[in-house]
Design a protein around this ligand. Structure first.
Ligand code: NAD
Ligand code: LMR
Length: 338
């Protein structure tokens, strides 16, 4: 039998009390698009995250089933399901962090920009809900094309008078995860020991791995540099083609989204030195948004780091990235202001 709302509420309070005694805060997290290919494994991994006390799962289909399933896991977070637009407010009210993987994925032969027409409207509606119900929440935006959906979200928040650039983060962690994996393969290292900054945006040539800044310090031949840059830039397409019409990266994306969400929650908790790459409002280049390393803190992306020294290969890549990014950002802004 599903538990009653009263039993559930008292369970939340008991757990919150336990946590308060242990000194560890629990955060309230909503996933919008929680029944999807990314949403389901992401919801499972967030249900396992000890920093999460309440997990709200919203979708336009199937969220009750996903919620019932996950609610049987004996981990701390209390899971609640929300189905369809009339329940969006309930899903969002009181949230500290909102993760958005709602929207359609690519099929072979499509670019991420081909998703704009459908996903732009979805992101607009969901962000209007965020502005109304949890204007102070941190937003992790996954829906593609990220290079346009983040500017769309910013314009929605500006119109609502709630925009705080520190709280809006486009998730580019999968590019870093892939870069770490592919670089580790070339170097013969454990990927957990490798850290590759990936800057720019999240589509094709806008994905710019900074191989000159890899940790631990190393060097690559021109052939290795070309191979790695192309593979990292086309990692998404590699998965789309392998899935042959059944969608795009979901499992590695859920892993990457949880890595990033966990970093945001540790920042909110006040942990020091939390640094991740993300696509954020930025003054690093002449563009209004750009992905670089950011420092995550109690109020979101509290510091946006400069690019650091680039080699000639990376400087050429940066020019290509900026050209494409400028159009994608403008397209997102124009969608809201048309
Ligand atoms: P999916 O189709 O499997 O799941 C999407 C979910 O969104 C579905 O459950 C659907 O019902 C839901 N949805 C649709 N409209 C909605 C609305 N208005 N409100 C709430 N939910 C809604 O797709 P997926 O594979 O999970 O991918 C989701 C998105 O994430 C795609 O746009 C994809 O391109 C993107 N993506 C981004 C990255 C990244 O690195 N940022 C990586 C992979 C995928
Ligand atoms: C990815 O990088 O895997 C995602 O952006 C999905 C896609 O369409 O490639």
């Amino acid at each position: 039998q599903p538990s009653s709302p009263q039993m559930e509420e008292s369970s939340v309070l008991r757990r919150a009390d336990c946590r308060a005694k242990g000194g560890s805060p629990g955060f309230k997290v909503a996933i919008l698009g929680a029944a999807g290919g990314i949403g389901q494994p992401l919801a499972m991994l967030m249900k396992m995250n000890p920093l999460v006390s309440v997990l709200h799962l919203y979708d336009v289909v199937n969220s009750p089933g996903v919620t019932a399933d996950l609610s049987h896991m004996d981990t701390g977070a209390v899971v609640r399901g929300f189905l369809g637009q009339p329940q969006l407010e309930g899903a969002l009210t009181g949230m500290d962090l909102v993760i958005i993987p709602a929207g359609v994925p690519r099929k072979p032969g499509m670019t991420r920009d081909d998703l704009f027409n459908i996903n732009a409207g979805i992101v607009k509606t969901l962000c209007e809900g965020v502005a109304k119900c949890c204007p102070n929440a941190i937003v992790n935006l996954i829906s593609n094309p990220v290079n346009s959906t983040v500017p769309i979200a910013a314009e929605v928040f500006k119109k609502a008078g709630t925009y705080d650039p520190k709280r809006l983060l486009g998730v580019t962690t999968l590019d870093v995860v892939r870069a770490n994996t592919f670089v580790a393969e070339v170097l013969g290292l454990d990927p957990r020991e490798v850290n590759v900054p990936v800057v720019g945006g999240h589509a094709g040539v806008t994905i710019l791995p900074l191989l000159s800044q890899v940790k631990p310090p190393c060097s690559f031949t021109p052939e290795e540099t070309d191979y790695l840059t192309n593979r990292i830039q086309n990692g998404g397409t590699e998965v789309v083609e392998a899935k042959a019409g059944a969608g795009s990266a979901t499992l590695s994306m859920a892993y990457a989204a949880v890595k990033f969400a966990d970093a945001c929650l540790r920042g909110l908790r006040g942990d020091a030195g939390i640094v991740e790459c993300a696509f954020v409002a930025s003054q690093v280049t002449e563009l209004p948004f750009f992905a670089t390393k950011v420092r995550l803190g109690r109020t979101g992306a509290e510091e946006v780091f400069q690019l650091g020294p680039l080699n000639e290969y990376e400087r050429a890549g940066l020019e290509k990235a900026k050209k494409e990014l400028a159009g994608s950002i403008q397209k997102g802004i124009a969608f809201i202001n048309k």
